[in-house]
Design a protein around this ligand. Structure first.
Ligand SMILES: *Cc1c(COP(=O)(O)O)cnc(C)c1O
Length: 449
């Protein structure tokens, strides 16, 4: 069962938690128990494929409610691409999460959620009513969700995006699909798009008319599957390196903190990671929290790592809740006693300005030839700055650099190739519905659907 981080909503089954997204008390759902993986899993790991490892992890999360055959199919359908670990320089590795359909890590969670949501509908959508997914995007979430749900029966996706404020490469990935995907081009900002979505979820007339759910990382079906590739990274590294022991440091470029949170769940399940680093761009609310113990949300600042431009990360509530049974201060705050003993806290932070990100990209490219995207660059630099001489570091390379081609080329003086998958989107025909930023217009539109 799942409880809410606000603790006043009723407990929910997985089905209910996935369909609702957010609990009725506006809290985030958390699993009541987090299972340890059995000793046999660790013994066999070296011989298992990515999909098989992911299935074992998924079984620990969802196996009580989802029958084994269904869950296995969902996991194998989701992971039709690899997330390889690549050596960038001695002791620093990139976990490349950008080999999926939209070339960013959100493909994993979005594809899994689409299939699990379809499963909640029963065979052939037995429950009848179409589920409508509303998603506001500043670029990357929209493309991953739209592609993850494309062609899935019984589900319709509405992507709301700010007109003229997403790059052409991003826009084509959710406006050219058609079928069960509708792109709404909102005459406003990303915040306006988010407000429209939130208002829709709270509107009782609309909710009586149609079934609505969200697909951002507040949804348990989207954020938990991101734990899969942490296990796969560990499996790959431990077969490469006899010296790994318990010296692995994982660095996560973070915005809404869904990705890091999934890694922390993995750690609670027994994944032998020594410590995590949460790397931020100039949006440093979490970094400041680690220094001061005070959480102060702020309006987001625009940066070149724009998928991490978040001033009030939703999954902060989950991280706090995860460690609430133990002393949060002891575990994650940098000014804790452990540090005085010379050991590092479980989570430490980092923050980089645009100039620093650009300098990192140039430096890494010049020394190693590896092309970082601006998000991965935050992860790489934090390892350069914080890795101890006896530690091995892996950072999550969250997007293919071609997704940010203009930025990357102007920083590195390159002309990086656009993968065929991305070119195919760019050849497609854009279809979108024009929408004002007034909720009455949006509501009237949805009521006609
Ligand atoms: C979404 C995103 C992030 C941030 O991930 P969170 O789970 O929100 O912390 C980092 N990099 C890229 C490329 C992203 O699209």
């Amino acid at each position: 069962m799942y409880y809410s981080t606000n603790h006043s909503a009723a407990r929910a089954t997985l089905r209910e938690a996935v369909v609702r997204g957010l609990a009725e008390d506006r809290g985030l759902y958390m699993p009541e128990t987090i299972k340890q993986l059995p000793a046999s899993f660790w013994d066999e790991m070296g011989h298992l494929s990515f999909q098989e490892i992911a299935y074992r992890v998924a079984d620990a999360f969802f196996g009580d409610e989802v029958p084994a055959d269904d869950l296995r199919r969902i996991v194998f359908d989701t992971l039709s691409f690899d997330t390889p670990v690549v050596e960038v320089e001695p002791r620093i590795y990139a976990l490349e999460l950008f080999h999926g359909p939209t070339l960013a890590f959100k493909d994993v969670g979005a594809r899994f959620m689409a299939r699990l949501l379809q499963w909640t509908q029963g065979p052939e959508g037995a429950s009848g009513a179409t589920v409508n997914v509303l998603v506001a995007t500043s670029g990357d979430t929209g493309s991953a969700v739209a592609n993850g749900f494309l062609g899935v029966d019984g589900i319709h996706v509405y992507v709301l995006y700010p007109k003229g404020k997403v790059s052409a490469i991003q826009e084509c990935q959710f406006t050219t699909l058609g079928r069960n995907i509708t792109a709404l081009e909102v005459d406003g900002t990303f915040d306006d798009c988010q407000r429209l979505v939130k208002s829709a979820f709270m509107d009782s007339e609309l909710n009586a008319h149609m079934r609505l759910t969200s697909a951002n990382s507040i949804n348990v079906a989207r954020f938990l599957p991101q734990a899969f590739y942490y296990f796969w990274a560990y499996a790959q590294l431990s077969s490469k390196l006899s010296t790994l022991n318990s010296q692995l440091v994982v660095c996560v470029p973070s915005g809404n903190f869904g990705n890091l949170c999934a890694g922390l769940f993995g750690h609670v399940m027994g994944l032998p990671v020594k410590r995590f680093i949460a790397s931020n761009n100039a949006n440093r609310v979490f970094y400041d929290y680690l220094q001061t113990g005070k959480y102060t949300p702020r309006p987001s600042i625009q940066t070149i790592a724009n998928a991490m431009d978040v001033g009030d990360p939703s999954n902060f509530a989950r991280i706090q809740d995860l460690y609430s049974r133990e002393d949060v201060q002891e575990i994650i705050l940098q000014r804790n006693a452990a540090q005085q003993n010379g050991t590092e806290p479980l989570i430490s932070g980092a923050t980089y300005t645009d100039d620093q990100i650009a300098a990192t990209m140039r430096d890494c490219y010049a020394r190693t030839g590896y092309v970082l995207d601006p998000h991965g660059a935050c992860g790489y630099q934090a390892l350069r700055d914080q890795l101890k001489s006896d530690e091995i570091g892996v950072f999550l390379e969250t997007a293919h650099p071609a997704k940010f081609k203009q930025t990357v080329d102007s920083i590195l003086g390159t002309d990086i190739a656009i993968p065929e998958r991305l070119q195919a989107f760019m050849r497609g025909q854009k279809q979108s519905v024009q929408m004002s930023k007034d909720f009455t217009d949006f509501k009237a539109y949805l009521l006609q659907q």
